[in-house]
Design a binder for this molecule. Sequence first.
Ligand code: PLP
Length: 426
Amino acid sequence: MTTVNITKEYATMLDQQNKLKKYREEFYVQPGVIYFDGNSLGLLSKRAETTLLELLDSWKNFGIDGWLSGDHPWFYLSEKLGKMHEAIVGAKSGEVIVTGSTTSNLHQLVATFYKPEGKKTKILADELNFPSDIYALKSQLELQGFDPAEHLVQVKSRDGHTLAEEDIIAAMTDEIALIVLPSVLYRSGQILDMERLTAEAHKRGILIGFDLCHSVGSIPHALHDWDVDFAFWCTYKHLNGGPGSVGGLYVNEKHLGRAPGLAGWFSSKKEKQFDMEHTLTAAADASAFQVGTPHVLSLAPLIGSLSMFEETGMEAIREQSLALTDYFMTLIDEELSEYGFVMTNPHDEKSRGAHVFLVHEEAARICKALKEHNVIPDFRAPNGIRLAPVALYNTFEEVWEVVQVLKKIMKEELYKKFENKREVVA
Ligand SMILES: *Cc1c(COP(=O)(O)O)cnc(C)c1O
């Protein structure tokens, strides 16, 4: 290993070399605050603010005619934003629509793709996924009259933090009808090999979909080329769409034309929608998986925000993200080794997502002490600290600073004045 340079000057030098550095100025970064929680809620950018205000103006100026007038007619906005996602997720034209939320899109996709038949009645998931996904899968099983205790198979983790792809593949038995997995685990940040898992599922005649909440906007994807059947995600984390911004879904071209499991009038072919017939003529593309009227004001910031991803491309973002987390992990090893942190995110570049995950028994109150020092982390019960240096707006200097603050908090035991208990929203 090369010797590690732990000086602040080195961090400054790395920042000067950052090819994406101009983007930081496009975000509302609060002076004096180090925001390392962009994987829970990305920051507001000036572009996102501008397009939100533009759409408020279109309401102001056009009233009902905003559906078809102005620079961003509301009637086609979900499709337009779907198009803006194509390079981000590696989709072909017509495979993405921006609609619903992560959880409601999962419901839609399971309602569309889960067709229990004969022996194939089970859904395969994992024991580390985000609770909402598991609740959705269980309720979908119940709707079909199956007992989730028997029909939801959750692959176990060997170490409590990561999943072994061999274990997932071993669980792809002939009783499995559908597989739903995260692309990046929300706690440890482990990236699952979507291409490999998709190929293994298809060898066994199983459909497979991924929850991209922690990978969309942070790592490149090639969903179409990997032959993934479906995917879904939120846009308020790495895509910086704002609190509650509208989610996204992808359906592989080969499945387009399937009837949406949950239909509504926005599933319609656009030209037919206002014929008001009681027989649905569904759109021929992913538009068909919409249900009702789009949440226009929660779509609006994405027009501005996604334009940055279009400009940079995902490769540049990934390169900067890996450099930030690599530097971060090196400093943690170097400076914090005596304080009992266990870094449970994968270290290698192939399976490391965009955040670092530190486990510590005092995690809840260490997070409170970080906040007191103007560092915004993310606590994950019972004992995890998630720290995400975001490629578009965080810096190497901030990474350096966060490590210094953590060191001070541990050395001087500054966390001890807080209760080791989480807040309502953590
Ligand atoms: C953030 C997140 C969600 C949130 O679902 P919403 O429907 O957007 O509230 C679901 N799954 C995962 C893996 C997440 O990280």
